[in-house]
Design a binder for this molecule. Structure first.
Ligand code: ARG
Length: 462
């Protein structure tokens, strides 16, 4: 089949080349962006008198007809047409005639066309992902609001450390996902510029109006250097990176849900709707959703590294290597969207077992730091020494086979005379949590401030 670019060729392409070279199998995903960009371009050509207004109108109508065919499933994507850009243009020419169809590509190259289409796609997916992150943050904040008094162990090194509230633990994730939202938003703002009109690499002698096209397409402005514009894939790298960090956060939350739903923890029961069974062990209920999100994080990291590696050695401007930019992005975007949505649903429907959490706080001497702090505050004992005395009290509890919080006034006094009757109060687990009123701490007052902060921020984003 004759190619659009075949003027200088004597021989036809080999079938092997056609298969290898074509991107239509995956860039057909960009049909809407391609047609939207072409309509804006045609309109601009008409406005500028590069083609007549009536020609522009016929081209636009033709493009809409092509869009209709694609959306109704009538359109036939062919490997021989190579990519979405040439497939659309070829069909346009069949509908409105070669003479007119051939005018659309004036002052344009596939290099700026693909940069435009892909950018439009990435920007629209950026918005979509952020709307899902927004919902997830709302869920976490709502849930936190009802768990301020749910006491649980806070961990370091996965060992019991200090008592915290479940609300506090959940809010940690709310702030992580807020940073993700802001990261996507700042990428959106930075990349919201139209590259169209860059042509192949050096601009065009035609009297085009790039700002007009940018406005038509909803961009906030135009890119400034044509060579950069057709070589730049930072917008794609950024969405891949943003997705990797987002998925890393989701993966850590999932890892905790997996641990917490184990018999050893029993902190959470994931709903049947988001759990799976075993083909052999009838009793099993597995947290596959959380495991899959954790697993898919590896895959999106792979997509990021793949594109970084593709880009790192490319001379300016466009190189065909850059055709490799799309599949990883499509994959990561789909993975991020489905993961965030299902994670949100899984959390909404999960049951947090406050009783088991409370029981867990009675192991591991969680209020030891509070006892040391008591000695510092009330007895003016240097912290290092207070730490040592408290260590002795912990050893005593261990010997008696109880938790530090279960020691009575008599036993404490036996450890050190400074551990007087009031020291017992310092061991109370809830008091330990409530004592941490410092900004960002786990006391209810401090957590309420965090929830307010997130809720006000959520409102400001609408
Ligand atoms: N299919 C190509 C891609 O995805 C479109 C741009 C091709 N440009 C070119 N000069 N061959 O990158």
């Amino acid at each position: 089949m004759k190619k659009m670019w075949s003027g200088r060729f004597e021989l036809e392409s080999s079938e092997l080349l056609e298969e290898f070279n074509a991107s239509i199998e995956f860039d057909k995903n960009l049909y809407l962006e391609d047609i939207t960009g072409s309509k804006a371009h045609a309109k601009m050509l008409g406005e500028q008198g590069i083609i007549t207004k009536s020609e522009a109108l016929q081209i636009i109508n033709g493009l809409e007809a092509v869009l209709g065919e694609i959306q109704s499933g009538k359109f036939e994507f062919k490997i021989a047409d190579e990519d979405i850009h040439m497939s659309v243009e070829k069909r346009l020419s069949e509908i409105i005639g070669k003479e007119l169809g051939g005018k659309l590509h004036t002052a344009r190259s596939r290099n700026d066309q693909v940069a435009l289409d892909f950018r439009l796609y990435v920007l629209s997916k950026n918005r979509e992902i952020n709307s899902k992150i927004y919902e997830l943050i709302s869920t976490l904040s709502n849930l936190a609001n009802s768990h301020k008094d749910t006491l649980m162990p806070g961990f370091t090194h996965l060992q019991h450390a200090q008592p915290v509230s479940l609300a506090y633990h959940l809010m940690a994730y709310a702030f992580m996902f807020k940073r993700d939202f802001e990261r996507f938003l700042s990428s959106f703002e930075r990349n919201n510029l139209s590259p169209l009109g860059s042509a192949a690499l050096a601009g065009t002698p035609h009297n085009i109006d790039r700002d007009f096209v940018a406005r038509e397409l909803g961009f906030s402005g135009v890119t400034q250097n044509a060579m950069d514009s057709v070589s730049d894939r930072d917008f794609a790298l950024e969405i891949l990176f943003n997705i990797s960090v987002l998925m890393t956060h989701a993966s850590r939350l999932c890892e905790e849900l997996i641990l917490w739903s184990s018999q050893e923890f029993g902190f959470v029961t994931i709903s049947d709707t988001y759990s799976t069974g075993s083909s052999i062990m009838p009793q099993k209920k597995n947290p596959d959703v959380a495991e899959l999100i954790r697993g898919k994080t590896g895959r999106v990291n792979g997509n990021l590294v793949a594109l970084l590696t593709t880009m790192k050695g490319l001379p300016l401007a466009y190189n065909k290597d850059m055709q490799e930019d799309k599949e990883g992005v499509f994959d990561s975007v789909k993975t991020a969207l489905t993961s965030v949505v299902i994670l949100n649903e899984m959390i909404k429907t999960a049951k947090f077992n406050s009783k088991n959490m409370l029981n867990a706080t009675k192991k591991g001497h969680l209020s030891a730091t509070d006892l040391a702090d008591y000695l510092v505050r009330e007895k003016n004992i240097p912290f290092r020494q207070a730490h040592f005395i408290t260590g002795k009290a912990v050893a005593k509890a261990e010997n008696l086979g109880v938790d530090l919080s279960e020691l009575g006034a008599k036993e404490l006094k036996e450890v050190d005379e400074n551990l007087d009757d009031n020291a017992v109060k310092a061991l109370d687990l809830n008091a330990s949590k409530e004592a941490r009123v410092s900004r960002g701490g786990t006391a209810n007052k401090a957590v309420e401030a965090q929830i307010n902060e997130i809720n006000n921020w959520l409102k400001s984003q609408i």
